[in-house]
Design a protein around this ligand. Sequence first.
Ligand SMILES: *[C@@H]1O[C@H](CO)[C@@H](O)[C@H](O)[C@H]1NC(C)=O
Ligand SMILES: *[C@@H]1O[C@H](CO)[C@@H](O)[C@H](O)[C@H]1NC(C)=O
Ligand SMILES: *[C@@H]1O[C@H](CO)[C@@H](O)[C@H](O)[C@H]1NC(C)=O
Ligand SMILES: *[C@@H]1O[C@H](CO)[C@@H](O)[C@H](O)[C@H]1NC(C)=O
Ligand SMILES: [Cu+2]
Length: 575
Amino acid sequence: MAKASTLGVWLLLATLAFVARAANVTVNWDITYVYNVNPDGLAARWVIGVNGSWPIPAINVTEGDLLILSVKNSLNVSTSLHTHGMFQNGTGYYDGVPGVVQCPIQPGQSFTYRIPMQQHGTYWIHAHYKGQYGDGLRTALIIKPKAAEVYKYDQEYTVVLSDWYHTPHDDLMVWFMSPYNPTGSEPIPDSTLINDNSDNSTFAITAGKTYRFRLINVSLMPSMFISIDGHNMTIIEVDGIDVQPYTVQSFAITTAQRYSILVTALNTTTQNFQFHADTDPSMLDFPDKCTKPNATATLIYNATAPTAVMDRVPWNMTFNDMELVPVVPVAAVDPDTSFELNVILNVFDDASNHATFNNIVYAAPPVTPALWTALTMGPQATDPTVYGQNSHPLVLQHNQMVQVVINNLDVKGHPFHLHGHVFQVVFRSTEAGQYYNSSIVIPPQPNPVRRDTVIVPGTGSAVLRFRADNPGIWLIHCHIEWHFEAGLAATFIEAPLEIQSRIAVPQELSNFCTNNGFKTSGNAMGNNGTDLTGYQLTAQPLSGNFETKGIISLVVTIVVALLGLGTVVWFGHHQ
Ligand SMILES: *[C@@H]1O[C@H](CO)[C@@H](O)[C@H](O)[C@H]1NC(C)=O
Ligand SMILES: *[C@@H]1O[C@H](CO)[C@@H](O)[C@H](O)[C@H]1NC(C)=O
Ligand SMILES: *[C@@H]1O[C@H](CO)[C@@H](O)[C@H](O)[C@H]1NC(C)=O
Ligand SMILES: *[C@@H]1O[C@H](CO)[C@@H](O)[C@H](O)[C@H]1NC(C)=O
Ligand SMILES: [Cu+2]
């Protein structure tokens, strides 16, 4: 008895200790332009920073905290912020996707995100409005577990990896979408940055200690290979999921992915060592246009010692994130429902190159954001029609096991991100041309890798599974920003009836929308039922037979040839 009550007191104290520790962490961001920023030493440009400076400081919190991110938009364009990798269970209205779960924050307006930190690990916060994160509006979000870390280490560093462009994002996007670019060549970054610097970042290291490096790839476009001269790296976390130790000499990280690695310092104080982040040239159509594809930082053992000149370890082309084993096992189970998303990049009937799932050029609902359609349409909220065809709505029933088959018909790899979840990766093609169909048997898997961003290889496929246990509206999209903006996204309408019964959207958010000219009821056009009068479809696939498409392609090619000089001038001016 005495023992039991001692235990009771102990539990009570432990609970109180936890309650005391869970804090409100308030971060105030006045989002501003910052001028004359030159992180690669090659060219100064304006960027988007906060409170008058850039880079934007990382946010460090503890699981259980409430992150209160208070934003004022001092730009002359709208904005919104997405906290990448957060489940937002119950607070999906703070997921930050404009036209889907919130209305854009217009110039001069303020908006406060109140996001419970329900997970731990390595995350990031970035603009989800056009390509503003490529102009600098992103930073790391590090969440410590409320219990002890799974792995012991002496100290940690956050390493933000990015591509860098001297030309503002919107200008590059205009070029990407223009008929001058019929093959859909993505803009080429000018350089690669490690912690917002191409050569000069440093990490102080003490001989014999163990360090955790939290790597976050915040690029718009390419993949990078990571290695550290003279050191092995042991992967222990992938996209917020702790995994069994997996030691590599180099590995690839694609945009929006995160990995934590443990690095044991050598027993030396006579040399320093380079940390490398090399851009994968196979992702770039014109790799030679990237002036500094390889960034280096330095592990400083001794500030007065020389940096070791070492042979580079080869890029590990075979590293397979599917071999990573989560510490907390979750077995794969058969799906209740399956969606097939074919990745198709093509010239559409607006003569622009688009990137799509199943030939649907994604666009957010124009009048009523999808969340409010789900909230207000009663039983009709389960009918995908009411969300409008452009948003590619896929309706899920509560607690279904959902399978998503991605067949990538494009020749290049694409990194796909799902909001509001981690998914299991239960299959991925191992050779070109291997598309998934039901003749491929997926074996039972006791504990497949779980993550929130996966690379699907060119002319290849992947099969993802997740439990629809988080009622809300969640995008799945390519995290190559050019492709997302060109239409490569779809919308999961997850458990709309449970959204109605469980999600209490703060009235101030609805008011924010109506004050900004959006509606907060009805279908995508703000009407009743399926009346979508006035709804404009996005660009459609070139209709008709092969010949018609051939003729249009030919015309586009001729136009481009005639305007060729213009392209050269454009390229010369902007690259
Ligand atoms: C980051 O991701 C991009 C896009 O997937 C990739 O090209 C780039 O090489 C990655 N960077 C690093 C340092 O791994
Ligand atoms: C580092 O050197 C110390 C002192 O010589 C030794 O005790 C220790 O085992 C060495 N550690 C490693 C990892 O070699
Ligand atoms: C980048 O690094 C790779 C791997 O070491 C190397 O092959 C390539 O030549 C480097 N590129 C440049 C421009 O230095
Ligand atoms: C299914 O996929 C396999 C392996 O890629 C392929 O050989 C087969 O032709 C496909 N079957 C159908 C019906 O597409
Ligand atoms: Cu893509």
